[in-house]
Design a binder for this molecule. Structure first.
Ligand code: SF4
Length: 66
């Protein structure tokens, strides 16, 4: 079963915690905005994505189960 990474950009403060946990999926660029590199990462990255969800200090990341 697939899943989709959803970020609430109104909550995100671009502190890059998610990028430290899962750099394959999240990138904060020089413009200080967060970019989701892969909205539908494979199951191999699910652990890292779940970790990013748990550690985001703004609770800005959620998972939508497809
Ligand atoms: S950890 Fe949360 S607040 Fe920080 S950049 Fe990622 S989504 Fe934004």
């Amino acid at each position: 079963m697939g899943y989709r990474v959803v970020v609430d950009f109104d909550l995100c403060e671009s502190n890059a915690v998610c990028m430290q946990v899962a750099p394959e999926v999240f990138e904060v660029r020089d413009d200080d905005f967060l970019y989701v590199l892969d909205e539908t990462p494979g199951p191999d990255l699910r652990g890292k994505v779940d970790d990013a969800v748990a550690r985001c200090p703004k609770q800005a990341i959620s998972i939508s189960e497809d």
